[in-house]
Design a protein around this ligand. Sequence first.
Ligand SMILES: Cc1cc2nc3c(=O)[nH]c(=O)nc-3n(C[C@H](O)[C@H](O)[C@H](O)COP(=O)(O)OP(=O)(O)OC[C@H]3O[C@@H](n4cnc5c(N)ncnc54)[C@H](O)[C@@H]3O)c2cc1C
Length: 385
Amino acid sequence: MNSSLFFTEEHEMLRRSVREFVERELVPHAEEWEAEGMFPDWVFRRLGELGFLGLHFPEEYGGGGGDYFTNIVLMEELAKCGSFGVNTGVAVQIGMATPPILAFGTEEQKQRYLVPAIRGEKIACLGITEPGAGSDVAAVKTYAERVPSGWKVNGNKIFITNGYRADFMTLLARTDREKKGYKGMSLFLVDTDTPGYIVSRKLEKVGQWSSDTAEIYFQDMVIPEDALLGEEGRGFYNIMWELQGERLIVAVAVIAIAEVTLQQAIEYGRERTQFGKPIVKNQAIAHRVADLATELEAAKSLTYITAWRYDRGEYPVKEISMAKLLATQVAFRVCDEAMQFMGGYGYMMEYPAQRAWRDMRVSRIGGGTDEIMREIIATSLGLYA
Ligand SMILES: Cc1cc2nc3c(=O)[nH]c(=O)nc-3n(C[C@H](O)[C@H](O)[C@H](O)COP(=O)(O)OP(=O)(O)OC[C@H]3O[C@@H](n4cnc5c(N)ncnc54)[C@H](O)[C@@H]3O)c2cc1C
């Protein structure tokens, strides 16, 4: 694809500086962070110092005032650090937990949470999912009850990225038990050192080991009146708007990682000789690579075009869902095939193919599963009307 359709010279300059940072400061540590099960907090601070956490936020809050493609550049280059958990942690920080603060927050909330998040001084997480409310967000039970000093919150959240170390959570809770389903939910900004905010455990995952994922309980946690983010009762609608950006970010990141993985498999296939020739010269393998490269290119085109529309203020929910569905399926297929091309070596922990395969699997689950993407697309096509 002609990338100049979407990327300017400024984007390319940004790409060079992110790439240099990734190669110099992240790549040397990727193995260590995978082994330790978490990348360190200084990564957020360093990204903040370099201005990379605020690329798409307004300058008045310390951001770069760039378009959506600046975030795409960041995600594509971070994907090359060798530890996909870094992408996920950063994506939650810049694209999931903080955009609602810019969109719906008061000036005080922006100064208190958004500005330090852009600087990398505060780490953010997003609390939507609960043990009984995954795809069905309307089933959220965590309840925030009005009390004289503000709100008393009880409930729990699960699978929370950055949840083990976050300084604050953008929380979705029910505020009106009378109103069922999508109504009666609100968003809150919660400091994680509030009494009653309990990180119960860091969860062990199949992949993305360097990203921390936690289960969190709220036990009679009292938060002030002004912890409410946006209008009371609009929480579900406000967070659903925000999830569209999250899905695009996921699509961008997985394509970037799949491209790196496919390239590594091709290089391996050039070196590996069986039956007297490099395995990549077998037409069965070469054609399979050709198919996967074609599918990746198609997924990338759909993602870029949809991101371009999103950046112009459109709200193309159907196409965002299509981009997320296609990108994550193709990316996982690429990682699976890359492992196949590498045979037994691909299955060994000392080669990177297994990590890409493990890390990629969750992208078909998090941020809305394949099935939920199909449901949104089917509804948009009027199939249930
Ligand atoms: C590593 C990781 C990180 C995450 N990070 C966060 C985070 O930071 N914050 C947060 O709030 N959440 C987070 N999540 C949660 C994630 O968004 C949910 O896991 C996801 O939405 C699916 O919910 P569930 O796991 O409860 O599965 P379920 O909703 O129980 O789904 C189980 C299966 O049933 C299918 N299914 C459900 N309903 C339908 C239907 N109507 N039609 C057809 N099939 C259906 C699903 O597609 C899926 O295959 C994370 C998850 C993971 C694994």
